[in-house]
Ligand binder design. Structure first.
Ligand SMILES: Nc1ncnc2c1ncn2[C@@H]1O[C@H](COP(=O)(O)OP(=O)(O)OP(=O)(O)O)[C@@H](O)[C@H]1O
Ligand SMILES: [Mg+2]
Length: 285
């Protein structure tokens, strides 16, 4: 039945919000008016967005706009000054919340992979389940091998991280995060410290994870990746979300002038930036 009591704007362009993956269920991660300052520096101000199960949400925006801070607030590595962060419906700010327990359900992949240099690749992946989840070594190592196969590095299981390229180390870091069987993977510029020739192999692994339905929040400057893999893109500027929407909107028809400026500053004019297709890089599996 129509609600005749509600004024419908006439002559205004009022599109219904685009449907999102998993939007019929409660979000796995929700940011509600999140604010955070470091002294006089406002890192986040009134940030509102959510992540649904199965979505790939890319966070883009200029340097210093608050993307990394937001990710750290997502898994309570950082406290917030105002608002709320909920993970699977649980308020991270509630004193009764077991934050360490929730954090285990979020895999984090940083720019600098931070593998244990004194452990083999296999042990790097198996160590989390063994120490945190009390998995028997044989089980943890069998699963670690499976994950290394998934990221194309099963033949490197017995070597040490120093013997690997940056792209290979980052793929081990992804396998290590996956070993904890997280509900969500958080990536903070996972390719920005890599040589150009190894970026594609990491993006390929991430694309495959997305195709398998992993929920992912990805801070990235790889606009090709965001355009082609994200279900939802959130644009940050000076600590606020200036625009969010499906990638078609953000990259082809941005609604906010500042989004257009940011993208054109990167050289993005609606076309692929890549000379080669980084998402179809063939890997030895
Ligand atoms: N630990 C900290 N102490 C003080 N200021 C901080 C700290 N972390 C971040 N900031 C400030 O907060 C703001 C947001 O920083 P943040 O690292 O979240 O930006 P970003 O969008 O991730 O940038 P980049 O793309 O360069 O990684 C910046 O002004 C930054 O200088
Ligand atoms: Mg950052």
């Amino acid at each position: 039945m129509r609600d005749t009591g509600t004024a419908v704007p006439q002559g205004e362009f009022a599109p219904s919000p685009p449907r999102r993956v998993g939007d019929s269920t409660a979000p796995i991660l929700a940011f509600e008016r999140v604010s955070k300052a470091y002294g006089a520096v406002v890192a986040l101000s009134g940030v509102d967005f959510s992540v649904h199960r199965g979505e790939v949400v890319c966070l883009i925006g200029p340097s210093g706009s608050g993307k990394s801070t937001l990710l750290r607030c997502a898994n309570a590595l950082e406290t917030i000054d105002g608002g709320r962060v909920r993970f699977d419906g649980v308020d991270l700010q509630d004193g009764a919340t077991d934050v360490r327990q929730l954090r285990r359900r979020m895999g984090m992949v940083f720019q600098n992979f931070e593998l244990f240099p004194h452990l083999s690749v296999l042990r790097n992946v198996a160590i989390g389940p063994m120490t945190v989840l009390a998995a028997p070594r044989a089980v943890a190592e069998r699963e670690a091998l499976e994950l290394l196969r998934k990221v194309g590095l099963v033949d490197k299981a017995s070597v040490y991280p120093a013997a690997l390229s940056g792209g290979q180390q980052q793929r081990v870091a992804i396998a290590r995060a996956l070993a904890m069987q997280p509900d969500v993977m958080l990536f903070d510029e996972p390719t920005s410290a890599l040589d150009p020739e190894t970026i594609g192999e990491v993006l390929s692994v991430m694309k495959r994870l997305a195709d398998e339905g992993m929920t992912m929040v990805v801070v990235t400057h790889e606009m090709d990746f965001a355009k082609r893999v994200a279900n939802w893109v959130v644009v940050f500027d000076r600590g606020t979300v200036i625009e969010q929407g499906p990638p078609q909107q953000i990259f082809s028809n941005p609604q906010v002038a500042r989004t257009r400026e940011f993208l054109s500053h990167l050289g993005w004019h609606g076309e692929s930036l890549a000379t080669a297709d980084p998402l179809v890089v063939k890997q030895r599996m």
